[in-house]
Every structure is written in structure tokens, then in C-alpha cells.
Design a protein around this ligand. Structure first.
Ligand SMILES: Nc1nc2c(c(=O)[nH]1)N[C@H]1C(S)=C(S)[C@@H](COP(=O)(O)OP(=O)(O)OC[C@H]3O[C@@H](n4cnc5c(=O)[nH]c(N)nc54)[C@H](O)[C@@H]3O)O[C@H]1N2
Ligand SMILES: Nc1nc2c(c(=O)[nH]1)N[C@H]1C(S)=C(S)[C@@H](COP(=O)(O)OP(=O)(O)OC[C@H]3O[C@@H](n4cnc5c(=O)[nH]c(N)nc54)[C@H](O)[C@@H]3O)O[C@H]1N2
Ligand code: SF4
Ligand SMILES: [Mo]
Length: 693
């Protein structure tokens, strides 16, 4: 075997950067950013570089397994693929015969590939496709829809041309998307300004012109004061507002009491600083991005914070603008046909969703729904019994609060299937584990990346699977065949890709040279005449009827967050550049770099508790306690205790990942704490203790 180059897509996080993989003698010898994609600058983040260690990690599921002991006991029987797929298909058939196809629930991690999953759910006749997003970006998605009538991804972030970037609850330089990091660095190098609003100093904050370390949970106050200032000083784009913003007067009277002086008392940020920021934004407009956030499942008013972020962008005239949040383009915008959808193969099931989205919860997007609400239905059998659950590339027991409570709800399930490439709390608890090949050993469906320059991309198989694992399309084809959904029973990746490419006029070989097919050679920005919003009025709307009809206010009065009880901290969490969520902590290389997540606490609070930097401490709440090291610093707000999410696993099959704190286990009762308007889980509405161990 010789040397080969394969253009593909990274799978170490959900961003899916384009990569170039060097293959020598059937093994991966090097992975780098795809040099044909200028935005990558050839680089990868540390996780992308650690893909090789995932490939060769023997502590991942190596063959199909069927549970023998109790759920979670870890007693497995090795099965062949035929046995495991027959087992799952037979169980599904029996459950669907007794309770109907709607009794099957699916959840995954969203991203560019789930069209195939949706088609599978349509094929069996269940409306219950969900993704992970109730614990991630639901609030910002719904905020975008309520303001622009379009989802958050209908606009991009033109970081390279941005003159003032505001990162609020967004750590762009550590919660990495490689092209975004490169774009933001280019923007800063060209003289763009950066402002960071966070509860602690991050790598992003270290690059900022303005850093605002505000009191946790008071971002809404900050933003209301910004809107107040922009409107009362007249520092907004009047022509844009006149043309595109509906009900500006309602906004103006609503924010009148929320002055910077008032906000200072809530946020701890001096009024003069807020005013200075507003003036700088006006100077940079419309090349301004007030980032509306990404992981915003944090507070019971997170949805409203995101809404104000979009409204600030609107006042800057930056929604649609170069250097701001320009509209992304579809293949059609460049005169091309899009990929053919798998979900067109089967009709949309008529049954209502188990989670209530789209009918009981009319303001919630019925596409991916709310997985936590689907769990309520598992327990209550209301509106109907839900008996089978396929968990695909998702670890809800780690990604959502209150594991014991979820397990109690899952007792009502007759079947839990996990499709996964690494062990996780959820796959360990499943009845059947269908092990997926890693991204280096499998193909994925073709996908479209909409942007200023839109392209199609392909994940190709760089090497053959090391263990007895399969690609997700192969697993779904195997199940589809057994369940009589023949149209999804593809025999090869080429057959699947050819189906998708049919309307486009491109062929599979067109991906060989670089892994991508670009549909434009230069970025396409829109003129004002070409702007379109999906709201009933066709404008950016301050008042959202969908919310009002549900008895939810469009403009919610500010409520001061609770102060932590004496001696306790508000829990706070986030990402670091070295790990992805819960699924890289056991990666041999990344674990060596960062085996534990220290807890950040403020110096003055640490002194009161007799804790010094580096001390071993116990972090606890409501029955959960675990040990870690203290990181004592002035650069975190005194009310908060911060930790990186993803640590503290309890999976016997993994030997490296048990250290540190599982932040979600500090959130007992957390499935009940929500942002009712945005649908996100409010994970930072919990108070915890930190004590010297
Ligand atoms: N308390 C708390 N909860 C959180 C967060 C937090 O910070 N704190 N973060 C939230 C956020 S932002 C998110 S997005 C969610 C993430 O939640 P999840 O999506 O559940 O987290 P991951 O660890 O990325 O992936 C879950 C599982 O999918 C498998 N997996 C990962 N990538 C692939 C793949 O390419 N193919 C296959 N087949 N399997 C794969 C891995 O085995 C992993 O165990 O968690 C949310 N929950
Ligand atoms: N390296 C790496 N990159 C990733 C991921 C990963 O796991 N690892 N995951 C990807 C995913 S799924 C997501 S959703 C994104 C998430 O991307 P981000 O949302 O940018 O990442 P986080 O670190 O969760 O949160 C950002 C910041 O919010 C701050 N914060 C916490 N509470 C408050 C508050 O009350 N107010 C303010 N203003 N700030 C607060 C935290 O301190 C943190 O620095 O990252 C993506 N990129
Ligand atoms: S950000 Fe890093 S881990 Fe995520 S897809 Fe890109 S290179 Fe891979
Ligand atoms: Mo996320």
C-alpha cells in the first residue's frame, strides 16, 4: 500500500471543519486543515489534531453489544451485526405493533447530516425526531425566529470585515470553530475592535479592547441599558430602522426606565462604560456584530437576552450588512439546485409530536422539538405512550441535568438503542450498543454549507474500520431494510451520494480533487432591496404575535437574579480548546493535556473559605459531590464558580475519564428549570458549595 491523500471532514466536534488526511500503509499518518479551503489556513484545533488518538483508542465500543444484566450494570453480550440489527428491528416492530409508530423517539446532535435520520423517522411513521438543542442553542434559535422570522443560521457572522465584535456569553477563541477564529483574528488585525461580556476572563477577553466582567445572570439588564442608550442618544441607523424595524416605539417606551445608571446597580458595570461602548458601536456601524450567543441554555431569561442581542444588531443596521450579520446564500442564490433531501422520500407523519412542540407549545419549532419534553411524555404516556428510544450521537445523561431523574423516566421505555463511536453515560445505560466507525473510518451523507460563498462537502472514508464498527448510513440502511423502508437501504455510499446529487448536475468524482464543490467564486452580499425577513410583517419585529398568543411577553420586564445563599456560588460552565463536551475526556492525547477540570473561584471568596490556588476542594450540591483542584483568581465574578463541562464520567470501560466535576450532576431538579419562552433548559439557575477537601 502506498501513500494517499483523502479530503474529508473533521468529526471531533460538531463544527465539521474541512480536513486533509494523509494515509500511509492503510493508517492515518497526518491530519491537517484542508489547504484548498482558504478559511482554514491549513490549521486545526487541538481536538482535530487528536483524531488519530481516537482512531486507535481501544477504549471505545469495538463491536455490537446487547445488554445482559440490568441497565447500566455493564454486562454485555457480544453480537454480530446481523444479530444486533435483527434484535433492534424485531423489538421496534413489536413496539410499533402494540403502541403505534409514534411510540418511537429519536434524538441526535443536530448538525449537517440529520436529514437521513429524519427520513428514517418519517419512514417508520413517527413524528418524534428530536435533537440535543434544548441543552444548547434553542433559546438563540427561537430568539432569531421571533425577531427575524428566520433561524439563527439564516445570517452569518462576517468576522473578517467586522469593525466591532461584541462577544456576550461567547468565548469564540476557546469554544472553537477554526474558520471563525481565523476570521476574527483577521478582523482584529485589520483594526477591528473586540468587546467581551463574560463572568470571567477568557482567552477571548485577553484579546479584547473592552472587557466587562458582569454579575452572573444580569446580561438582560446590560442589553436593555444599551438599547436605552442607543435610542435615547439617537445612536442608531434611522433609515434602516424606518425601513426594516416594526414597533420601534414600543421598544423605546419599554426600555425607558432601563438606563445605564440603573444597569450599573444590576451588572456592576459603570454606566459610563456602557455609554462608551454604545458610542463605539455607533462609530463602527453597520460593520458590527453583537454575537447573540451559542450555548445559551443558562438562565430563565436567556431567550430574552438573545432577543435583545438581535435587536441591538438591528439598531446598528448590521443584520444583512457586510461586516455584520449578512444573509447566507442557498445553492439557488447562485443558480444551482440543492442536494436532494432524504426526507422527501417519505411523507411527514400526521400524528402530533409527543413533546407538544408545534401544537401545545405553538411557539416552539416543531422540527427538532424539545427532547426534555419528550421525556415527560415517556413518563406520563401523554399524549400517547413512548416506548422505544434511539439515541444517535448524543449523550443526554451527560448533556442534561439530573441523571437520576432521567433514568427514572426512562424506566418506562422497552428499548434504548445507542449509536455511538465512544462510550458515554447514555450508551453505557442502553439495551443495545451499535458502535459507529470514527469519522476517519466512515462516509457521511453529502452536506451543504450555506454562507457568503456556499459549498457542498463530502466526508470520505480515509481508512477502513479498525474494529467491527459501521458508518451511520450503514447502520440505518441495515435497520431500514429490516423494517421495510427500502428507499433508505442504500448498498453503498456512492449510491447514497448519487441520490443526493441527482438534481445538481454534479457527480461524486467532482469531490475527489478537494472534498468540496464551491458554488460561487466570490462572496455574495445583499442590497437592501434584496433583504427579506420571515415574520408576518416581512420586517424585523419587536412584538412577536406567536409569543403574545401564548401569553408570553415580547418585551419581558427585567427581574433581578437571585443572590447565592450565604457561602454558596452560582454554578457556571463552558468550553476549553482542548476538549469537546463529554466525548474527548478519555481521548489518550487530550486527556494527557487536560485530565481534570479545576473549579474557578474568586480570590476574595477563596480567602473566606480558606482555599488557596491549587488546593484540593470538594464541589457539591443536593447529593452530588466530587473532588477537583481550585483555580483561585481575581478574574471571575465572586458570585460564580466556573468549570469546564464534560468531566467526571462514571463509565468502567473508560480508565482515564473519571476525574473532576460533572457540572450537570450539580443540577438536581434541573429538568424543571427552563426558559419557558425559548424552550432552553436553564442550567445556571443552581447554587453549589465549594469546600476544602
Ligand atoms: N451541564 C452542562 N450541560 C451541557 C453543557 C454544559 O456546558 N454544561 N453543554 C451543552 C451543549 S453546548 C451541548 S452541544 C450538549 C452536547 O451534548 P452531546 O451532543 O450529548 O455531547 P457530545 O459529548 O458531543 O456527544 C455525545 C456522544 O455522541 C458521540 N459522538 C460524538 N461525536 C460523534 C460522531 O461524530 N458520531 C457518532 N456516532 N457519535 C459521536 C460520543 O460518543 C458522545 O458520547 O451538551 C449540553 N449540555
Ligand atoms: N473547544 C471546543 N469548542 C467548541 C465546543 C467544545 O466542546 N469544545 N463545543 C461547541 C458547541 S456544541 C457549542 S454550543 C459552542 C459553545 O460556544 P460558547 O457559547 O462560546 O462557549 P461556552 O464556553 O459554553 O460559553 C461562553 C462563555 O459564557 C460565559 N458565561 C457563563 N455565564 C455567563 C453569564 O451569565 N453572562 C455572560 N456574559 N457570560 C457567561 C462563560 O464563562 C464562557 O466563557 O462551542 C462549540 N465549540
Ligand atoms: S473546531 Fe476543531 S474539533 Fe471541531 S471540527 Fe474543527 S478542527 Fe475538528
Ligand atoms: Mo452546543
Amino acid at each position: 500500500m502506498g501513500k494517499d491523500t483523502v479530503y474529508s471532514v473533521c468529526g471531533m466536534c460538531s463544527v465539521r471543519c474541512p480536513i486533509m488526511v494523509e494515509v500511509e500503509n492503510g493508517d492515518v499518518s497526518f491530519i491537517q486543515g484542508n489547504p484548498h479551503d482558504a478559511g482554514m489556513k491549513g490549521g486545526l484545533c487541538p481536538r482535530g489534531a487528536a483524531g488519530y488518538a481516537l482512531l486507535h483508542d481501544s477504549e471505545r465500543p469495538q463491536y455490537p453489544m446487547i445488554r445482559e444484566g440490568e441497565r447500566g450494570e455493564g454486562k454485555w453480550r457480544r453480537a454480530t451485526w446481523d444479530e444486533a440489527l435483527d434484535y433492534v428491528a424485531d423489538k421496534l416492530k413489536a413496539i410499533m405493533a402494540e403502541y403505534g409508530p409514534q411510540s418511537v423517539l429519536w434524538s441526535d446532535r443536530g448538525g449537517p447530516f440529520p436529514d437521513l435520520h429524519k427520513a428514517f423517522m418519517r419512514g417508520i411513521g413517527s413524528p418524534n425526531y428530536c435533537n440535543h438543542d434544548a441543552a444548547c442553542a434553542r433559546n438563540v434559535l427561537h430568539a432569531a425566529k421571533s425577531v427575524m422570522g428566520k433561524g439563527r443560521k439564516a445570517v452569518g457572522y462576517d468576522l473578517k470585515n467586522c469593525k466591532h465584535l461584541v462577544l456576550q456569553t461567547r468565548n469564540l477563541f476557546e469554544a472553537v470553530n477554526v474558520k471563525e477564529v481565523n476570521g476574527a483574528l483577521d478582523g482584529l488585525a485589520a483594526g477591528g475592535k473586540l468587546s467581551v461580556i463574560d463572568i470571567r476572563a477568557t482567552v477571548s477577553a485577553s484579546k479584547a479592547n473592552n472587557f466587562f466582567m458582569l454579575r452572573p445572570g444580569t446580561d438582560y439588564a446590560f442589553n436593555l441599558a444599551v438599547i436605552n442608550t442607543l435610542l435615547s442618544k439617537g445612536w442608531y441607523d434611522k433609515k434602516y430602522a424606518e425601513r426594516f424595524i416594526k414597533d420601534l416605539d414600543a421598544l423605546q417606551s419599554f426600555v425607558a426606565p432601563y438606563t445605564p445608571e440603573w444597569a450599573e446597580g444590576e451588572t456592576g458595570i459603570p454606566a459610563a462604560e456602557i455609554e462608551k461602548l454604545c458610542k463605539q458601536l455607533k462609530q463602527a456601524a453597520p460593520a458590527v456584530i453583537w454575537h447573540p450567543g451559542w450555548m445559551v441554555a443558562r438562565y430563565s431569561d436567556s431567550f430574552y437576552i438573545c432577543r435583545t442581542a438581535y435587536l441591538i444588531n438591528a439598531l446598528m443596521g448590521s443584520i444583512g450588512a457586510k461586516g455584520g450579520l449578512p444573509f447566507v446564500n442557498t445553492p439557488g442564490d447562485f443558480g444551482h439546485k440543492g442536494l436532494k433531501a432524504f426526507s422527501d422520500l417519505y411523507p411527514k407523519p400526521e400524528e402530533k409530536r409527543a413533546d407538544g412542540c408545534g401544537w401545545k407549545l405553538k411557539h416552539i419549532d416543531a422540527g427538532p422539538g424539545l427532547i426534555n419534553k419528550a421525556y415527560d411524555a415517556i413518563e406520563s404516556a401523554d399524549p400517547y405512550p413512548v416506548k422505544a428510544y434511539i439515541i444517535h450521537r448524543h449523550d443526554p445523561l451527560h448533556a442534561m441535568p439530573d441523571q437520576p431523574r432521567i433514568k427514572e423516566m426512562w424506566k418506562h421505555l422497552d428499548l434504548i438503542v445507542a449509536n455511538t463511536f465512544s462510550w458515554s453515560d447514555s450508551s453505557w445505560y442502553a439495551d443495545v450498543v451499535l458502535p459507529m466507525s470514527t469519522y476517519l473510518e466512515r462516509e457521511s451523507p453529502l452536506a451543504t454549507k450555506k454562507g457568503l460563498k456556499t459549498f457542498f462537502f463530502r466526508r470520505a472514508r480515509a481508512v477502513e474500520p479498525i474494529y467491527d464498527t459501521r458508518a451511520d448510513w450503514e447502520i440505518l440502511a441495515g435497520l431500514s431494510k429490516r423494517l421495510g423502508i427500502d428507499k433508505l437501504a442504500f448498498e453503498s455510499a456512492e449510491e447514497m451520494w448519487n441520490y443526493q446529487l441527482e438534481p445538481t448536475g454534479f457527480s461524486v468524482e467532482d469531490f475527489d480533487a478537494t472534498g468540496q464543490i464551491w458554488l460561487a467564486d466570490k462572496p455574495k452580499y445583499r442590497e437592501w432591496d434584496e433583504y427579506s425577513f420571515g415574520t408576518p410583517s416581512g420586517k424585523i419585529e419587536v412584538i412577536c404575535d406567536k409569543l403574545e398568543d401564548m401569553g408570553l411577553p415580547s418585551l419581558k420586564p427585567y427581574v433581578t437574579p437571585e443572590t447565592p445563599p450565604e457561602g454558596r456560588f452560582r454554578v457556571a460552565f463552558g468550553r476549553c480548546a482542548l476538549h469537546t463536551q463529554g466525548h474527548t475526556v478519555n481521548n489518550p492525547v487530550l486527556n494527557e493535556q487536560m485530565p481534570i477540570n479545576p473549579v474557578w473561584i474568586n480570590t476574595a471568596r477563596a480567602e473566606e473559605l480558606g482555599i488557596k490556588d491549587g488546593d484540593e476542594v470538594e464541589v457539591s450540591n443536593a447529593g452530588y459531590a466530587a473532588k477537583t483542584k481550585a483555580f483561585v483568581t481575581d478574574f471571575i465574578h465572586p458570585e460564580a464558580a466556573f468549570m469546564i463541562h464534560g468531566f467526571g464520567h462514571r463509565i468502567p470501560a473508560e480508565t482515564r475519564s473519571s476525574k473532576g466535576i460533572a457540572d450537570q450532576e450539580l443540577m438536581t431538579g434541573g429538568l424543571e428549570k427552563l426558559d419557558a419562552a425559548g424552550g432552553g433548559i436553564a442550567m445556571q439557575e443552581h447554587f453549589i458549595s465549594v469546600q476544602k477537601a
